[in-house]
Design a protein around this ligand. Sequence first.
Ligand SMILES: NC(=O)c1ccc[n+]([C@@H]2O[C@H](COP(=O)([O-])OP(=O)(O)OC[C@H]3O[C@@H](n4cnc5c(N)ncnc54)[C@H](O)[C@@H]3O)[C@@H](O)[C@H]2O)c1
Length: 349
Amino acid sequence: MDQVRWGVIGAGGIADRRTIPGLVTASNAKLVAVMEVDPAYAERLRSKYSAAKAYTNAAELVSDKGIDAVYIASPVSFHKEQALLAIAAGKHILVEKPVALTVNDGLEVAEAARAAGVLAASGFMMRYHGFHQTMKDLVHQGRLGRIVSVRAQLTTWYPEIQGAWRQKLALSGGGALMDMAIHCVDLIQYVLGSEMESVVALAGTNTFAYEVDDSGILLLRAKNGAYCTVEAFFNIPDSAARNRFELYGTGGSMLAEGTIGQEEGGRLEVLLAEDGKAYDPGQTRVDVTPHEVELLPGNLYRKEIESFSTSILKHTRVEVPLEEAIQVQGVIEAAYKAAETQRFVHLKV
Ligand SMILES: NC(=O)c1ccc[n+]([C@@H]2O[C@H](COP(=O)([O-])OP(=O)(O)OC[C@H]3O[C@@H](n4cnc5c(N)ncnc54)[C@H](O)[C@@H]3O)[C@@H](O)[C@H]2O)c1
């Protein structure tokens, strides 16, 4: 077998906007079936991507013997049930973030996958951004010295929309923090190579009238000692967004702009300090022209599908294991608790 045969559950949202277009260009993947609740919509998507089958319920799709792996991109409240169905049918699963409504639900899914011997990954596709991988490499090579400060931002404009599942706590598990800060926490941990140790947070609904948070800021301490800030807002216009990702170390700094998002774009600047620079009471800033890093063109979703397909075909390590996504979700759950109690929450080690 040189191609993984994929089925997609919840094919009409991000799957249609980004992931299926990535999947159909992947070298080692083939789209076999799509599932949407509405039959006409399912059929439209099947036809759009020339898939063999269109299903209207998840149980039917997962019992298709022509499918090896299932991508689950339905509203969050369906993830657990649909992932368990796919696992029971012996399919490998790629589940969108957050893995399930709660960490405990996610752990059930991960345990079921382990017991069934299927591979399980999560949709933190921003790890595949060439700039984020460069940032990780530079940190690991020690080029920035010891990282002392990190900041990551992800914002969008998300007003009240009638019937939107994301705006209902029982269907989404949370607002800006659960939906967007989660990507930032994952990226910071990925680049730092260190998990979070403690968090304090502000989370509230400051602009819109829905029940989930539209505004959130996390202050975190990583196990390696770095202090981190995450900003997630549903109330900043997309045309005003910066989506910055900044790291500062004892030997240099990096600023990425426009890289935290759905496209492999933006820019990355690196500033490395001169060796042996002594304390300068005048704090003179000489020659601060940053080095701008070049980026090869790429597609995050194609890379995501190719990476998981390679893990299935070649039995290689899963790039974004479900367990790591559940740990990140644990940080978000802790942040909500911290916001509610107005106290630091220490994460379990
Ligand atoms: N990684 C990313 O880039 C990214 C971006 C956006 C969303 N997401 C995640 O993807 C998931 C879906 O979000 P979205 O923005 O695509 O939402 P969406 O509402 O745009 O799309 C969800 C789709 O699921 C369908 N659906 C509804 N009920 C269903 C059911 N019972 N079974 C199967 N499908 C059903 C809907 O008809 C819709 O087409 C969420 O987990 C979200 O966090 C990830």
